[in-house]
Structure formats: C-alpha cells, structure tokens
Design a binder for this molecule. Structure first.
Ligand code: NAD
Length: 351
C-alpha cells in the first residue's frame, strides 16, 4: 500500500473497530485514518482516548445509512480504502428488532459500496473495500466438521441473515462492477472494550457484582473464541497481503462449550477477587433458550494460515486472563457503560 493512504474505518468506536483503529493509527503513521461512527449505544469514544490526539487520526460522526452524507465524505476525503465494521452486532437485539439490522447491516453497507463505486474509477491497485463479517452466516454445525470458505450460507438469526446479505452485496459489487474487495468471516471475539451485553464481559461484570449468570438452554452451545487483538492483527494482514476478490475465514482454533467457558471464567475471577474456590459458580442459572439458537460454530482458518502464515498467538487462558485484568482495572469504563439504556435492556432481557 502507498504512503499517505486515506483509510476509512467504519464502526471504529465499537469493540473490534477500536482495536483496528488503534493498530492502524500507531503502526502506519503515514496513513490518514478516518474513523466514521454514528455512536449508537455500542459506540464509545472512550475506547480510543489514547489515539484521539494522533495527527493521522480523525473522527467523523456520521451514519452509514445517510447516503448523501456518505457520498459527500468520499468526495471530500478521497478515501482509497475502506475497512467496514459498522454494524448492529447483537443477536438478541436482532430478534427483538430485525429492521434495524436490515437497515444498517444491509442498506448501510450498500450505501458505502455505492459511494466507493462512484469515486473509485481508475487505479484499482490502490483501492480496497474490506468487509468484516462473521462465521454466523454459515449457520450451525453438528458435533463435528468445520466451516470453510466454501461452506454454503445458511443464516438462522436476523443478525446473521443481515450479515449474510451484506456479504452477498459486497461480493456482487466485486463481480458486477469490479469493485476490489476482501471479506473475512471471523468467529466470536472477546477482549478489552467489549460492551457488557455480550457473554464474556456480561459475565465478568455479573461475577464482580454477584449477580446471576444466565446461561442459555443446557449450556452445551459451542463457539470458537478469538482474542480481539489477534483479530485486529489478522485484519491488518489481510488488508495488506490478502488476495482481492476473495474471502478468508479467521478463527481461534479454540472451541468451547458455553458452560465450560463460564466455569473457567468463574475460576479465574474467584482467584483474582480472592474468593473461595467455586464461589461464583453458584450464580450460574440456566435460562430459556434463544429462538433459532445455533448449536455449534467452528471455523477452519486453514486458508489464512497456509497463504499468509497467520495463527492466533494468544491462547485462550492468556487472553481470558488479560481480559479479566482489563475489566478489573477499568472499572470506570465499565461503570459508564453499565447505565441508562443498557440497564433497561438488560432488565428486559434477563428478568
Ligand atoms: P459493536 O457493536 O461493538 O460496534 C459496532 C460499531 O458500529 C459501534 O461503534 C456503532 O456505533 C457503529 N454503528 C452502528 N450502526 C452504525 C451506523 N448506522 N452508522 C455508523 N456507525 C454505526 O460491534 P463489534 O462486536 O465491534 O463488531 C464489529 C464488526 O465485526 C461487525 O460488523 C460484526 O458483525 C463483525 N464481527 C463481530 C464479531 C464479534 O464477536 N463481536 C465476530 C465476527 C464479526
């Protein structure tokens, strides 16, 4: 990639986006990094306090659903590359309000694609629409097998259906208009700055506060987990070295059943909080299953490993411990987030 590249990162105030923004701002001082985010409940500029004064960073408050504004911004800043993370991202919210997911995840993505298509004629070498997606587009697995890049799309929740739709549009703009793209589909992320509606930070917060730990169904749901900074590093690698017009799976080679994960988390936290062994486990409660709940996701990240020699460096035990330490050290961040709308939502969801 050339120097002075103007890179638009959408959703940079969110969980994964903030790690991607930080990595790019610090690692590539010659790039101009524009973080575009509408700051929904999930966007939090506190996540980026340490980079906000860097000369190569600029925040733009805008909504990807606003086509006019997005077109103007592409003209004004001449973005040459996009890393698109802005999305409605929580499955439970997609069950109560699917339309918001159709709007941002599908229509918002198409707005960005249109703006890129309009402004990017010529020199495709320097252009890239990098779309960040999820392994949930592949649906659910049985006891065995792994999702590969060739697995058919089979989404089950409004969230995964909306992400599948956005993936199809990105690929279609590549095929139809020659728009240079990369898509990566990643497994569940965890780590610092994750909004505490998602399993790991929700449970860390509840363990601290001795609140119930609601586990869906029988707790035997299986997910692959990846440390968020490893995901950001994989995004950096694919952005610079991935083959255009291709899809890559990113995963942690790290499958866990929910109940085992929750027990491990309780054990780590009991140690950190000087509580007796098994103290926090008594707060585990099994709650009614989520409708359309996918039994198992597991990802084959062999393509990125073979082509680009990428493997997640952080093990789950290390990553989880780092995450717990971060939440314990950043209790102000957690307090600010666990308030207002989030609490209402939490009460509706789990009481
Ligand atoms: P997040 O909810 O923490 O962050 C989303 C960000 O997008 C927020 O800052 C929000 O303000 C912003 N946003 C939402 N709607 C917007 C709009 N209309 N215009 C502009 N900004 C808007 O999500 P996350 O967990 O960081 O996920 C980021 C991306 O990665 C999403 O596309 C998600 O589908 C994908 N992904 C997430 C995971 C995961 O485990 N969290 C795994 C794989 C892929």
């Amino acid at each position: 990639k050339s120097e002075n590249l103007n890179v638009l990162i959408t959703g940079g105030a969110g969980f994964i986006g903030s790690h991607v923004v930080r990595l790019f701002v610090k690692k590539y001082p010659d790039y101009n990094i524009y973080n575009l985010d509408s700051l929904t409940y999930a966007g939090n500029l506190e996540n980026l306090k340490d980079v906000e004064k860097e000369p190569n960073y600029q925040f733009i408050k805008a909504d990807i659903n606003d086509a006019e504004v997005i077109n103007e911004l592409f003209k004004k800043y001449r973005f040459q590359a996009v890393i698109h993370l802005a999305a409605e991202s929580h499955v439970d919210r997609s069950i109560s309000n699917p339309f918001a997911f159709v709007k941002t995840n599908i229509l918002g993505t198409v707005n960005l694609l249109n703006a890129a298509k309009k402004t990017w004629n010529g020199n495709p070498d320097n252009q890239l629409f990098y779309h960040i997606s999820t392994d949930e587009v592949y649906g659910s697995l049985g006891e065995t097998g792994l999702f590969t890049e060739m697995s058919p799309y089979d989404p089950n929740s409004p969230y995964s259906a909306s992400k599948a739709g956005s993936d199809h549009f990105v690929r279609a703009y590549g095929e139809t208009y020659g728009l240079p793209y990369i898509i990566s589909n990643c497994s569940n992320n965890y780590g610092p700055n994750q909004f505490p509606e998602k399993l790991i930070p929700l449970f860390i917060n509840n363990i601290i506060n001795e609140k119930p730990l609601p586990v869906y169904g029988d707790g035997r749901y299986t997910r692959d987990w990846l440390y968020v900074k490893d995901h950001a590093a994989a995004i950096d690698l694919l952005f610079h070295k991935g083959k255009k017009m291709e899809t890559y799976n990113i995963g942690g080679f790290n499958e866990w059943q929910n109940i085992d994960l929750v027990r491990l988390l309780c054990a780590i936290m009991d140690k950190k909080l000087n509580r007796p062994e098994f103290y926090s486990e008594k707060f585990i409660s099994f709650v009614k299953d989520r409708p359309g709940h996918d039994k198992r996701y597991a990802i084959d990240a062999g393509k990125i490993k073979e082509e680009l020699n990428w493997e997640p460096p952080v093990t789950f035990a290390e990553g989880l411990e780092k995450t717990v330490d971060w939440y314990l050290e950043n209790d102000e961040w957690l307090k600010h987030v666990v308030s207002g709308e989030y609490l209402d939502y939490y009460q509706k969801q789990y009481n």
